[in-house]
Design a protein around this ligand. Structure first.
Ligand code: X2W
Length: 287
């Protein structure tokens, strides 16, 4: 029914859409990789909202790929199974039992929840892991970490095929190795960076639970040059969980990704705010 509810500023809604035109034009046909971290995933309503943003991006012609994490969900099942787990330099030490749980949780529970959420919002999504069509082939990152993978070979044709069909690929960061039936657990940021690099993406959006990269005084920097990231890492301003993200960003830019944005995925419509408004969101890193 046509509603002329006076309690809402519909003209502002129409104006917002109109103001988005230059951004819609800029990103039509672009490749955008969205890393959706486990800490950015909220309840069903937040998941639906994220899915709605992704479906909208696809509808306006963006070739969008979702690469997800799921660290908290892996912790939950490991706890229930009584398997202890620890992190070294932001990566999970992964033995044989752990990698089995990681694969079950990421490619099963988490991947299918995102696929389902996108389908529910009227998009088309297909879930896959690094194993499917050899999308991501890894070697061991560091002997100390066990089955943690470092991507060494990317085969992104399957993603391009899905783009062509209007399908949103949803990728779990689990990979295959060089020898038969080897499985690797890959940090979600690392996987997203490798996929963005191989696709020469226009944007890599790293959705997390902090508002961006902060300077010494705790202010979020809206735009940062890679050299500044290196200096801030050397002097300890960038530390802890931010390090894998900024490292991913630097590597992705070296590989030809146009810009990387680290932003708070818990903020409503974070992706739309970043891509389609002058305001933007979080911290953009570009050369
Ligand atoms: C991660 C994979 C999931 C992930 C892990 O086992 O937790 C490594 O640390 P978030 O939610 O993005 O942190 N893998 C090697 O990255 O999840």
């Amino acid at each position: 029914m046509r509603q002329q509810n006076m309690n809402r500023d519909w003209k502002a809604t129409a104006r917002t859409l109109s103001e988005a035109l230059p951004y819609l034009q800029r990103f039509a046909g672009a490749v955008v990789v969205v890393k959706f971290g486990g800490n950015a995933m909220g309840d069903d309503e937040a998941m639906a909202e994220f899915a709605r943003d992704v479906v909208l991006m696809r509808l306006v012609g963006i070739n969008v790929v979702v690469v997800h994490g799921g660290g908290p969900m892996i912790n939950d099942l490991l706890n229930r199974l009584g398997i202890k787990s620890e992190f070294v330099r932001g990566k999970r030490v992964t033995d044989k039992a752990t990698v089995e749980v990681v694969e079950m949780v990421l490619t099963g529970l988490v991947n299918k929840r995102i696929v389902q959420a996108i389908m529910d919002e009227g998009g088309r999504a297909v879930g896959l892991s690094g194993k499917d069509d050899d999308l991501m082939v890894c070697v061991a990152d560091d002997p100390e970490l066990g089955f943690v993978g470092k991507p060494v070979e990317m085969n992104v044709q399957v993603l391009r095929d899905l783009f062509k069909a209007g399908i949103i690929p949803v990728v779990a960061p689990v990979a295959t190795g060089m020898s038969a039936l080897e499985t690797f657990n890959v940090n979600g940021d690392t996987a997203a960076g490798a996929i963005a690099g191989a696709l020469q993406a226009d944007r890599l959006l790293l959705l997390t639970d902090v508002s961006g990269v902060k300077d010494k005084d705790g202010n979020v920097l809206t735009e940062i040059h890679p050299d500044q990231i290196r200096a801030m890492t050397a002097d300890g301003t960038i530390a802890g969980g931010m390090i894998p993200k900024t490292e991913t960003a630097l590597l992705a830019i070296e590989q030809g990704v146009r810009a990387v944005v680290i932003l708070d995925g818990r903020v409503a419509n974070a992706c739309l705010l970043e891509l389609f408004t002058e305001h933007g969101a979080g911290s953009m890193i570009r050369a």
